[in-house]
Design a protein around this ligand. Structure first.
Ligand SMILES: Nc1ncnc2c1ncn2[C@@H]1O[C@H](COP(=O)(O)OP(=O)(O)O)[C@@H](O)[C@H]1O
Ligand SMILES: [Mg+2]
Length: 316
């Protein structure tokens, strides 16, 4: 359904994203995981054709959706795909919701625009979708304004809008980051159910490895604008090859005791202006040797997963 190959994105002379590849079938969830600033949102914006809005452009690679190359698609054609066949859910629901308009008409508009429904057909569909998303009293909700709803409810409405035209691919960019933990879990479960019920292809972007473990079929781990490891979720968790992936997994709280020491990865993610040479992770990597600062590691297949590390496959 979606195949991204060697994607590179540039803003003028700087290229904050390069060498990102993944593929996704219907009924599958792909996790894109990495710390803030690793290039996850740029990847999402590239797939949605929204980079030009921020002045970015795709300078290499390809994005094929259902057999169609998207990197060369003209904006009017892209606009038809967006919303209709490619749905986007962002971290902040208020980037998608109009604060001045009631919920009902906002969701109705998607089906009117993309499916050519009449207003009343669209409303019936809206109520049906809100019900699917376990929103109580959908009729009443249609007459509310966004500010009258909780963060979790607003995010459900955004999901409803993304689903209204029956898309094939849903890109969810940190859909639960702004929500509290219990609501997060509900939204993640909801997305998981939707993938199965609607045979969706879901790209789930998160900085949270435990979300990946719960929901994803496969994973791309990103660091400093590059994919550094990818593979099926079991392989990534059972035998992570890249020290960065190992560190991310090491940060998942085990929840065994109250005084559990929460670890982070020492150091900070480099910005696009100081991406390291060689392996981008080498300044923070406990296993780095000289070669890591000079030579960019190629992907090495190890079992079912592949990692870009000079020492992938070696014992940690
Ligand atoms: N409009 C832009 N112009 C220049 N650099 C950008 C722009 N947007 C993002 N970047 C840079 O690209 C890198 C990746 O950003 P992003 O994809 O937003 O990361 P993430 O979503 O993983 O937190 C960051 O270093 C960021 O500073
Ligand atoms: Mg982001």
């Amino acid at each position: 359904m979606l195949e991204v190959r060697d994607l590179e994105v540039a803003f003028g002379p700087v290229a904050p994203l390069s060498g990102v590849s993944f593929s996704l079938a219907k009924g599958e969830t792909l996790g894109i995981v990495g710390e803030s600033g690793s290039g996850k949102s740029l990847t999402a914006m590239s797939v949605m054709g929204l980079l030009p809005l921020s002045g970015g452009r795709i300078t290499a690679g390809s994005i094929v959706f259902d057999g169609q190359e998207l990197t060369t698609l003209a904006e009017p054609a892209y606009r038809k795909l967006r919303g209709a066949r490619l749905g986007l859910i962002t971290q902040n629901p208020m980037t998608s919701l109009d604060p001045l308009q009631k919920i009902g008409p906002q969701v109705d508009d998607v089906a009117v625009l993309h499916l050519g429904m009449t207003g009343s057909e669209a409303r019936a569909r809206t109520i049906d979708i809100l019900g699917t998303l376990r929103i109580p009293e959908p009729q009443l909700i249609c007459d509310r304004y966004p500010h009258q709803m909780s963060g979790g409810m607003k995010q459900r409405i955004v999901i409803a809008m993304a689903l209204a035209a029956d898309p094939d691919v849903l890109v969810a960019d940190e859909p639960t980051t702004a929500l509290d933990v219990t609501v997060q879990a509900q939204i993640i479960r909801l997305l998981d159910d939707l993938v199965k019920e609607r045979d969706l292809a879901l790209v789930l972007i998160t900085h949270d490895m435990s979300v990946v473990a719960q929901t994803c079929d496969k994973v791309v781990v990103m660091y400093a604008g590059r994919a550094i490891e990818h593979g099926p979720v079991e392989a990534i968790f059972d035998a992570p090859q890249h020290p960065y992936t190992q560190a991310l997994i090491g940060c998942i709280p085990k929840g065994l005791s109250d005084d559990e020491h929460l670890t982070g990865i020492p150091g900070t993610v480099p910005t696009v202006l100081n991406y390291p040479t060689g392996c981008p992770f080498h300044p923070r990597c406990l296993r780095a040797e000289d070669v890591c600062s000079t030579d960019r590691p190629a992907f090495v297949q190890h079992g079912q997963s592949a990692a870009a590390c000079h020492f992938a496959g070696a014992a940690p």
